[in-house]
Structures are given as C-alpha cells and as structure tokens.
Design a protein. Structure first.
Ligand code: UDP
Length: 476
C-alpha cells in the first residue's frame, strides 16, 4: 500500500520535566520515523522558555510557543500543582485550536500527541479528524497503574488507602502503600476523581506511548502490550518507545563542565532534585553538611528553600532570584572549595551525567532523571519527593539494584550522617561497584532498544505505520 507522510502535533504541558521528554519524542519522530512534527509548548513564565533554549538544541524543530498563561489569580495560593497545570492547559486550548487549523504546510496535521496534562485537548483533535495519542513520560509500571485505575474496583482502592494493603496491578508489581500516589489516598476526593477522569480519557485514545523499553520493564510492558492482562480496556495499542532522553549536545563548556574536566573518572557525585524539587532550609543544611562529611567530590544544584512544598520551583525554576548560594550554611562554599561546586538554580544535567568524572547521582527520581542516569551508566541515591517518584525509587533500588534509597522520615529531616553514608555507599563501597556494573548493563540494553532492530524502534515504527495508513485512507 502507498503510504503518506504523517504530521504529528505534540503538546507539551508546563514544567521542564514535561517539556524535555516531549521535545525528545518530537526529535525522534522527525529523525527516525519521517514524521513532519510541530511542537506546542505551554509555559507559564518566559524564564522557562529561556532555560529550554539553553538546555536543548531546538533548531531542527518546528516549535510554537503558546503565549505564557498565568492562572495564579484563578486559584487559591496553596492549590495543588496538578490543578494549576490542568487549568493552564485548559486556557491554552483556544490558541491551540486556531493555530492547528491555520497550519497550511503539507502534510496537514493528522495526529495529536499529548502528555497526561494535555488530555483536555483530545476531544478537539477528534473534532479535527486527527488521531489521538497519549505519551506517558513515565515508567510502564506507572502507566499500567494509571490505566488500570480506569477499571479498578473502588473497593480495592479503599482497602489500599484504609488498610494500607499493597495495590495489586494485574501482571505488574503491586504498589506498596509507602510508595503510593497521593491521589489514591482519598478515594472519592477531588484528586482521585481527576485521576479517574484522566485514566478514562487515556484509555480512549487511539494509542499510548511510554518512555521505557521492554528489557527494562518486561512484566509491565507485557501487561500493557497485551492489554488483556490489565482488563483489555485500552482502545489503541500501547507502545514502549524509550529511552528517549536528552543527550549532551557539545558546544561551549560552562564553568561546571570545565571543573569536571579536571577531576578523576567516576569521582564526583551529582546532587539535584529535578526541575521543581525544593527543600526546607534545615534539610538543605543537612545535605550540605552530609556532603562535607562524605569527603567526596560533588556538584550540587541548589534552589532557595521552600518550607512544606517539595515541588516549590516546578512552575518557575528560576524562582525570581539570581542565586541560592546565600541559603547554604555559613562557610560551606569556602570549606569545600576545590572539592565541590555549587550551581545555582539550573545545571546542564545531561552533560554532567554523561561526563566521565561523574560517578553517582543523588536524585529525586523524576523519571527523566532516572533514565538519564541509566543512559549515562551512573548509579543513584534515590531520594523521592513527590508525585510518582516513590514508585520510581522502589524500582531503581529494589528491582533494578542500581540505587540505594534514603529512608524517609515522615516529613522530618534526613540527617547529615545518613546523607554521607548514602553517598559513600554509592561512591566508595563494594555495593557501589556492583550497582555501577548493573547500571552500565542497563545502559547498553536501552541503546539496543533504540537501534534499528530494537524493540522501541519497532514500536514507534508500528505507530508511524498506523498514522501513515490513516493519512492515506482519509486522503489528508
Ligand atoms: N534538568 C536540568 N537541569 C537541572 C534540573 C533538571 O537539565 O538543573 C532536567 C533534567 O535533565 C531532566 C528534567 O530537567 O531532563 C527533569 O525531569 P525529571 O523527570 O527528572 O524531574 P521533574 O523536574 O519533572 O520533577
């Protein structure tokens, strides 16, 4: 059959952790699967766009910046972050619709790909006769939990929340109560209902893409692929297409990379809590003193402290300040001169992780960070903060054996001794050597999945074929 080139429109929701994987998917569709690609970026501040320019080479991509949307006056100040993102996305829909309908390059848009926060755009895409895809920039395990939620018996959810029993997910590992999602803790509550709605929208899409690969998560990808295991409820196929991660792009080296150039191989621990992660001032002090105590070289990305909100910088990584160094314990920067580097607000993470001098990563376990660490062959100290990060932490420490996990203190502070011990377990101890070996094997398996005969390449090719046949049949 003669097939035609398809045009995918990708909609990225606010937050660097959402934008980066969508941009990487766009690059992959463009360079390996002959798609025509347009990416719409929804941001809330201009600083996000500026940081994105520094972070990713976007020159090959057709990017449309949705004018910044500020919903802060429409919500109470302590509104959950998910609600803020959803409202922002809702307000972007009129612009999105008019922009898509006025695209007059050929081929015309034939598929819309959204992330978990862009689901509100799917009815519009159907209305415009476009195929619909949901992209989970998460583990397959998390995707399975979310999708299964659409059909899960409410009684099971209640038992999980009330009796603290593990949540059984057909074909996958159960979710332990201590790793569960906040939304699951109050069945019938607003967040729970919002998740249920999202799950129902997702299963109705023409296809689902997940940023993982079969060899990393054999059981969960099988459960998703075979679908029947989870209840046979998704309308379209589920494709594991990863690991799609940002790679170092070369170019001019900043101060931190120049400093890394002068350090021995695998001697530096990189400490970062993602694009949004923030800590209390007390916790920052313990991290600082713990790093000193560990006697290891380090690179630490610091943000101004934020009491009681672990995702405090999610919307605006720059947080309206030039530097966060002033919040560190007195004398810390001077005492650690030559041993460590403190980077304020934002660091070139992909470049740091890929640098030969980097030997460990203290991470909040955002999925992009986990994949970037694996793809750089770097073992981790897992320190989850919010969202599905506890599930990711469980996976890397208990299942994959490539991380040690910080014991949570139920909202309390993790002390300096524990920080130092975790760092040394990865950087110095025999345990670290074993983890490093394992993570390097995973790196190779991820690379294999993406090569021409690999499982993820094959999955994305199938999705491409589906789109091309749709274009041909509908003479778009
Ligand atoms: N990132 C970065 N520099 C920073 C912090 C984060 O380049 O200082 C990038 C990181 O490489 C990753 C993304 O931002 O690609 C964060 O995504 P992740 O899923 O790890 O966490 P989130 O920020 O969504 O919690």
């Amino acid at each position: 059959m003669v097939t035609s080139k398809a045009h995918a429109v990708l909609l990225a929701s606010p937050g660097m952790g959402h934008i980066i994987p969508m941009v990487e998917l766009g690059k992959r569709l463009l360079t390996h699967h002959s798609f025509h690609v347009t990416i719409f970026l929804v941001t809330t501040t201009t600083s996000t766009s500026q940081i994105l320019q520094q972070t990713s080479n976007l020159s090959s991509l057709n990017i449309v910046h949705v004018p910044p949307i500020d919903v802060s006056h429409k919500l109470p100040p302590n509104a959950p972050i998910e609600l803020r993102i959803e409202l922002t996305m809702l307000h972007s829909l009129p612009f999105l619709r008019s922009s898509i309908t006025s695209i007059n390059t050929l081929p015309p848009p034939s598929a819309l790909i959204v992330d978990m926060f862009g689901l509100q755009a799917l009815p519009m895409a159907r209305d415009l006769s476009m195929l619909t895809y949901v992209y989970f920039a998460t583990s397959a395990w998390f995707a399975a939990v979310t999708l299964y939620f659409s059909v899960a018996d409410k009684k099971i959810m209640e038992t999980h929340a009330e009796s603290r029993e593990p949540l059984p997910i057909p074909g996958c590992k159960p979710v332990r109560f201590e790793d569960t999602l906040e939304a699951f803790l109050s069945p019938g509550g607003a967040m729970y209902e919002a998740c249920l709605e999202a799950a129902k929208e997702s299963v109705a899409a023409d296809g689902i893409l997940v940023n993982t690969w079969e060899d990393l998560e054999p059981a969960a990808t099988k459960a998703l692929r075979e679908n029947g295991v989870l209840g046979g409820f998704t309308k379209g196929e589920v494709h594991a297409v990863g690991p799609l991660v940002k790679k170092a792009e070369g170019g001019k080296k900043g101060a931190v990379l120049q400093w890394l150039d002068g350090q021995p191989d695998e001697s530096v621990i990189y400490v970062s809590f993602g694009s949004g992660g923030t800590m209390s001032e007390n916790q920052m002090r313990e991290v600082a003193l713990g790093l000193e105590l560990s006697r290891q070289r380090f690179v630490w990305v610091v943000r101004p402290p934020c009491e009681g909100d672990a995702s405090g910088a999610f919307f605006d990584v720059a947080s309206g300040v030039d530097s966060a160094v002033g919040y560190l314990p007195e004398g810390f920067v001077e005492r650690t001169e030559g041993v460590g580097v403190v980077v304020s607000l934002w660091a070139p993470q992909a470049e740091i992780l890929e640098h030969p001098a980097t030997g460990g990563f203290v991470t909040h376990c955002g999925w992009n960070s986990v994949l970037e660490s694996v793809e750089s062959g770097v073992p981790m100290v897992a320190w989850p903060l919010y969202a599905e990060q506890r599930m990711n932490a469980f996976m890397v420490s208990e299942q994959l054996g490539v991380a040690v996990r910080v014991a949570e203190k139920g909202g309390g502070v993790v002390g300096r001794e524990e920080v130092a011990e975790m760092v040394r377990r990865v950087m110095v101890d025999e345990e670290g050597v074993r983890m490093r070996k394992k993570v390097k094997e995973l790196k190779l398996s991820g690379e294999k999945a993406l090569c021409v005969f690999g499982s993820s390449h094959h999955s994305l090719s199938q999705m491409t074929k589906h789109c091309q046949v749709y274009v041909s049949q509908n003479k778009l």
